[in-house]
Write a protein that binds this ligand. Structure first.
Ligand code: MEV
Length: 443
């Protein structure tokens, strides 16, 4: 067995039965995988591992920290490399579904990924352009000079790392009132950063030189989150899949491709896999959400960012959208949990992190539509949901197993379950218990 195969086997065996382990056993397994050190375990074991002064480094009017549960998605092998995926998320079933679906794919197929393009986009808007042709000519004449200048003055750090501003183009956009806007796009390679800060500095810097050469008045200067110049793709291939199941998944996918109402929910399910990684690594999930949703509407109608097709005996799924992330700067550097998240993933580059997000998003989508097309989504949610309802009803430690058992019986019978069921069950159990105490006393 080669080194890579040995690593895969080790990964596979260490994730075996992972969800059934105690927290301490999980830590031990993750240490064996090299994903956590003893110091990391110490950090994770502390309740409330964040400080007030750290919060003040990020935002204003600080009153504390809002903590989110963090778990790991198991069984992910992406481009042949095993990963431990940290996910910070509050929603029941996301990590369980991702891990289960990743196992299915790991054992019966593959996940591959790629990134296409390197440049992010900044916009410089001229709200009411006076002479578009003149602006176009002047920009063509001065473009290289602007690129060189802004690279020397603002983006020199990026240039040193092989990035920086690469191009400038111009768009004509109708205002809808008879006049037109001119929208200048600035393209830059942000290297390992997400690039928002640097791009905003670049476009603001270029405002005055552009007004100078054109006599036009610049309005808004800001980056665009619709980064169709830098997209990430993921592909899942499942071999020898049950034909009926593959057809059902293909049909579910078609629904999300042609109906925007379904597409929105489909894409939310994809982002269920992506956002938790963004949060766990200190990335700006709002920016990625904006990018994914706007890309989903790139053809004029909002559609799904994933598609699934049955091809012979295979099921093939694809994801494509911008996932613009960074592994340096800002929160990724300052937040100790984000540092830990990045370390657990063992990523070398922003590009690799983006590809992992795409892969997990696609797997999460597969898990969701497989459930929707077969047993429905409730079944998978129920175990934890019952636990939450039990706690929500106020059950004490010793009452929990009994309440859960009764709720499972109600669910099996009525196919529905609610908090009021849990409250009723708990009351019944307590009434019975006090009844039996009374009977004992009377006797
Ligand atoms: C729930 O968080 C996500 C799903 O609604 C996604 C989907 O419908 O594809 C289950």
């Amino acid at each position: 067995m080669g080194v890579e195969e040995e690593l895969l086997e080790l990964h596979k065996s260490l994730f075996q039965g992972f969800s059934k382990l105690s927290k301490e056993e999980r830590f031990e397994r993750l240490k064996s995988m090299g994903a956590l050190s003893s110091e990391d375990v110490q950090f994770l074991s502390k309740e409330g591992n964040t400080s007030f002064s750290l919060a003040e480094k990020f935002i204003e009017n600080v009153i504390g920290f809002y903590q989110m549960p963090m778990g790991v998605a198991a069984n992910f092998v992406i481009d042949g490399k095993p990963y431990v995926i940290p996910m910070a998320v509050e929603e029941t079933s996301i990590i369980a579904a991702a891990s289960k679906t990743a196992k299915w794919v790991r054992d019966n197929g593959s996940i591959t990924t790629e990134s296409v393009g390197k440049n992010i986009i900044g916009q410089i808007q001229i709200p009411r352009v006076k002479n578009f042709e003149n602006l176009k000519d002047q920009l063509a004449t001065h473009k290289q000079e602007f690129i060189d200048e802004v690279n020397q003055v603002v983006a020199m750090g990026l240039v040193r790392r092989g990035g920086g501003v690469k191009d400038i183009t111009l768009r004509h956009v109708e205002r809808g009132d008879g006049d037109a806007m001119a929208v200048i796009h600035v393209y830059a390679d942000p290297c390992e950063a997400m690039g928002a800060n640097i791009m905003n500095q670049v476009v603001e810097y270029l405002k005055f030189p552009i007004e100078g050469i054109s006599g036009e008045e610049v309005g808004i200067c800001i980056l665009s989150n619709l980064v169709d110049t830098k997209v990430t793709r993921a592909k899942v291939v499942l071999n020898n899949i049950d034909e009926d199941l593959a057809e059902k998944i293909e049909e579910a996918s078609l629904f999300s491709q042609v109906d925007p109402y379904r597409a929105a929910t489909n894409n939310k399910g994809v982002l269920n896999g992506i956002d938790p990684i963004l949060i766990a690594t200190g990335n700006d999930w709002r920016a990625v959400e904006a990018g994914v949703h706007s890309y989903a509407a790139k053809n004029g109608q909002y559609s799904s960012v994933t598609r699934w097709k049955k091809v012979g005996k295979q099921l093939i799924g694809e994801f494509e959208a911008p996932i613009i992330v960074g592994v340096v700067g800002g929160v990724t550097k300052l937040h100790p949990a984000a540092q830990l998240g990045l370390k657990m993933l063992g990523v070398d580059s922003a590009e690799e992190l983006s590809r992992i997000c795409a892969a997990v998003g696609l797997i999460q989508n597969l898990g969701a539509i497989k459930a929707l097309a077969t047993v429905g989504i409730i079944e998978g949610h129920m175990k934890l949901h019952i636990k939450n309802l039990t706690l929500g009803a106020g059950a004490m430690e010793k009452e929990i197993p009994l309440v859960q058992k009764k709720l499972e019986e109600i669910l099996a019978l009525r196919k529905r379950i609610s908090l009021s069921n849990a409250i009723d069950v708990l009351k019944e159990i307590r009434d019975q218990a006090s009844g039996s105490i009374l009977t004992h006393k009377e006797n």
